[in-house]
Design a protein around this ligand. Structure first.
Ligand SMILES: Cc1ncc(C[n+]2csc(CCOP(=O)(O)OP(=O)(O)O)c2C)c(N)n1
Ligand code: SF4
Ligand SMILES: [Mg+2]
Length: 306
């Protein structure tokens, strides 16, 4: 047996839960990988992952992939289109009895925020309009991380990125993708985070049993792009929820339900001060105006929730 065959055999023999995270190109403490790992543990192997260019595509290094079902790489804007093609092919095979229902696969799109909030949004909108039977997982690290953390439509106001370096950081505002997706009335939408695995697991268990467009956004703390020590990933994820920055919620039958209500809410600066991308809000001088703007955005969101 060649060395390559030996490694491949060893990888094939590992249980699937050990496999995600074997990619050598991922950063320590990657919150996207944490969420994906937890989601994959529940979804299992009976699926085809359709993965648009981004950090998670680095998990697959030819000829190895940690995904035990099938995996397809697409251009950034095209993952929902790829998913449609695969779903159609599976449906034709089912109709012609070339595969049994037992052999059918779930089609799962996996993209970053750059694709989900921006480049791939029109393809996603069209897929939801066609009521495509698929799951969409967006790991949202709030920037184009794979190419050096340029800002995306998911970047929060005031964050430093490679393309927003001024003392005020990013001048735009994070796009409300949850509401944009909800306007399409898909079967299901949820926000999740790897640092709340129970909330995540309940939502993914639900998704597994449903049909139609099922949309998941996982906030994904990114030590490299957000500039913090990888050991703090879980703490930062928990603070995103406790400060109310990242509301955990789900949409179903035209209703939005918050699945965690942070009470009392921790001041947002506890979350911001752990991350280098916000350090200009504290040094050399506190930027009270920006800090209070960021806090009041969160306060007004939760005031609307009631
Ligand atoms: C049309 C197009 N433009 C640019 C690129 C280069 N590119 C590859 S990955 C990437 C970043 C993708 O960002 P996101 O979807 O947020 O995923 P992340 O890198 O954060 O995991 C970019 C810009 C590309 N592959 N295709
Ligand atoms: S850059 Fe960020 S999202 Fe990409 S692998 Fe590293 S930690 Fe994960
Ligand atoms: Mg990203």
């Amino acid at each position: 047996m060649t060395e390559k065959e030996t490694i491949f055999k060893r990888m094939k023999d590992l249980p699937s839960t050990h496999l995600l995270g074997t990619g050598t190109s991922m950063c320590a403490g990657c919150g996207g990988l944490q969420a994906l790992h937890e989601i994959y543990d529940i979804l299992g192997e009976k699926n085809v992952f359709v993965n648009a260019a981004g950090c998670m595509t680095l998990l697959t290094v030819y000829p190895f992939t940690p995904f035990r079902g099938s995996w397809l790489y697409t251009a950034m804007a095209s993952a929902p289109g790829g998913a449609q093609g695969i779903r159609d092919a599976l449906d034709i095979l089912l109709e012609r009895k070339r595969i049994s229902k037992k052999e059918d696969l779930d089609v799962v799109v996996l993209t970053g925020d750059g694709a989900a909030y921006g480049m791939g949004l029109s393809a996603t909108s069209a897929a939801m309009d066609r009521n495509l039977n698929f799951i969409y997982i967006c790991y949202d690290n709030e920037g184009y991380a794979n190419t050096g953390q340029q800002y995306s439509a998911a970047t929060p106001h005031a964050a430093h990125t490679a393309t927003s370096q001024s003392t005020l950081g990013f001048s735009g505002y994070k796009k409300d993708l949850f509401s944009i997706w909800a306007a399409h009335k898909p079967a299901y939408i949820a926000t999740v985070i790897g640092s709340d695995p129970l909330d995540l697991a309940r939502k993914i268990e639900k998704v597994k049993e449903m049909r139609g467009p099922r949309m998941i956004i996982a906030l994904s703390p990114c030590p490299t792009g957000w500039e913090y020590d990888p050991k703090d990933s879980v703490a930062i994820g928990k603070l995103a929820v406790k400060t109310g920055m990242w509301p955990l919620k789900e949409y179903e039958n035209d209703q939005v339900v918050h699945t965690r209500i942070p009470h009392p809410r921790v001041p947002v600066e506890e979350y911001l001060k752990l991350q280098g991308r916000f350090s200009h809000l504290f040094e050399p001088k506190r930027n009270e105006a920006l800090l209070s703007e960021l806090q009041s955005q969160i306060d007004s969101y939760w005031a609307d929730v009631g």
